[in-house]
Design a protein around this ligand. Structure first.
Ligand SMILES: NC(=O)c1ccc[n+]([C@@H]2O[C@H](COP(=O)([O-])OP(=O)(O)OC[C@H]3O[C@@H](n4cnc5c(N)ncnc54)[C@H](OP(=O)(O)O)[C@@H]3O)[C@@H](O)[C@H]2O)c1
Length: 322
C-alpha cells in the first residue's frame, strides 16, 4: 500500500495528528486522485473533525477538510469539494469527484481560492439561488464580524444591494466592515434591550437577512425587526446559514402569522451539489478579480496539530499546505 502524509483524526476529543495514511484509490471512473495544493481550515472543517457536524457519521479515523485546490494528473489546477466525508482534503493527495470540481483560471492564487470559496459561497448561493436579490434591495447580515459574514457584506454589495447593515459583537471588526461595503453597522452588546432597539432602528425595513448566528441573538432579532416593521405584510426573507450563537431558537407562532416572514436555510442539503457546482465559476471570477476575497494565511500541513489549537486573526483564514 502506498502511503501519504495527512492530518488524521483518531479521536473526536483530540486535534488531528500529522501521520502516514494509505493513499485512497478511485472507486469509479468519475473519481481521480489529485495532489493537494491548499485546503482551508473553515469552522465547518473543525465541526466535522470534532464529530459534531450534522453530516458526521462518527467514522474514524478520518482525514478532515471539505474543499481545496489540487493539481490533476494532467497538470491542471482545480478547486474541488471533498468526494468523501472520511477522506477529506488535508493530505498530500485527495480523491476528487470530477463532477464536484472546476478548473481554475490561470494566475489565480491557490491559497486565496482555498480561503475564500467556503465562506463566500454561503452568501453567494443564498442571494443568487435561495432568494435572488433584486437591485437596490436592503440586507442585514447577522454575525457580520466573522469571515463568512464579512464576505456576505461584500457579496451583497457586489450583487446589487442598495443598503447593507452589518451586525456583530466586535467593535473594531464592525468598523472595518465599512471598507467591505457596509452602509450601517449595529453592535450586538451584552444589553439585549438596547441591542433590540439599535437593530430595529437600523434594519426593521430590510428585505433580506443573512444569518450566521441563530440562537438567542436571532430569536431576539426576529421579534425586534418584525414588531417595528412599518408594513409587516411586506416579505422579509430570512436565510439561516450558520449557528455560531446556538443551535436552536424559540419562535413565537405570532411571528409567522402577523408578518410575512419567510424562513429558509442555505447549506448542504438545502441546496443541491449541482447548484453549488454551477455557481463555482462565477464566484472564482470574483476571487480572481479581487472583488470578493479573504486573505489566506498559509501554514504547513505538518504543523496541523499545533495550528488546530489557534484561531484565525479576523479577516484571515488559515490554509494548510502539504
Ligand atoms: N451553511 C453554509 O454553507 C456555511 C458556510 C460557511 C459558514 N457557515 C457557518 O457560519 C458560521 C460562521 O462562519 P465563519 O466562517 O464566519 O466563522 P468565523 O470566521 O470563525 O467567525 C465566527 C464569528 O462569530 C462571531 N460569534 C461567535 N459567537 C457569537 C455569539 N454568541 N454572538 C454573536 N457573534 C458570535 C465572532 O465574532 P465576534 O466576536 O465579533 O462576535 C466570530 O468572529 C459558522 O457556524 C459556519 O459553520 C455555514
Amino acid at each position: 500500500m502506498t502511503k501519504m502524509n495527512a492530518a488524521v483524526v483518531t479521536s473526536f476529543d483530540e486535534p488531528p495528528h500529522y501521520q502516514q495514511f494509505e493513499v485512497p484509490e478511485p472507486t469509479s471512473d468519475d473519481q481521480l486522485l489529485v495532489d493537494v495544493l491548499a485546503a482551508g481550515l473553515h469552522p465547518r472543517v473543525r465541526s466535522g473533525a470534532g464529530g459534531t457536524h450534522y453530516t458526521s457519521t462518527g467514522e474514524l479515523p478520518m482525514i478532515p477538510g471539505i474543499d481545496g485546490v489540487g493539481r490533476r494528473p494532467d497538470g491542471k489546477r482545480i478547486y474541488f469539494v471533498a468526494a468523501d466525508h472520511v477522506l477529506g482534503t488535508m493530505a498530500e493527495k485527495a480523491l476528487v469527484d470530477q463532477h464536484r470540481s472546476v478548473e481554475l483560471p490561470e494566475d489565480i492564487d491557490a491559497a486565496a481560492v482555498a480561503a475564500t470559496m467556503n465562506p463566500a459561497m454561503s452568501s453567494w448561493v443564498a442571494l443568487r439561488r435561495r432568494v435572488r436579490i433584486e437591485p437596490g434591495q436592503s440586507v442585514l447580515v447577522l454575525g457580520a464580524t466573522g469571515n463568512a459574514g464579512t464576505m456576505a457584506v461584500q457579496v451583497a454589495k457586489r450583487l446589487g444591494a442598495g443598503h447593507v447593515v452589518g451586525a456583530g459583537r466586535d467593535a473594531d471588526r464592525l468598523d472595518a466592515l465599512r471598507s467591505f461595503g457596509a452602509d450601517e453597522i449595529v453592535q450586538l452588546t451584552a444589553d439585549p434591550v438596547a441591542t433590540d432597539h439599535a437593530l430595529a432602528a437600523a434594519a426593521a425595513e430590510v428585505d433580506i437577512v443573512i444569518d450566521y448566528l441563530w440562537g438567542e441573538p436571532t430569536q431576539r432579532a426576529i421579534v425586534a425587526l418584525l414588531s417595528t416593521r412599518a408594513d409587516r405584510s411586506r416579505a422579509l426573507d430570512w436565510i439561516q446559514i450558520g449557528a455560531i450563537a446556538g443551535p436552536t431558537i424559540e419562535l413565537p407562532s405570532v411571528a409567522l402569522r402577523s408578518a410575512n416572514l419567510r424562513l429558509q436555510g442555505n447549506g448542504q442539503g438545502a441546496v443541491s451539489g449541482r447548484v453549488y457546482l454551477e455557481e463555482l465559476p462565477s464566484l472564482l471570477d470574483e476571487v480572481k478579480a479581487g472583488t470578493i476575497v479573504l486573505a489566506p494565511r498559509p501554514r504547513p500541513l505538518a504543523e496541523v496539530e499545533t495550528i488546530w489549537a489557534g484561531t484565525d486573526t479576523p479577516g484571515e483564514r488559515t490554509v494548510l499546505v502539504p
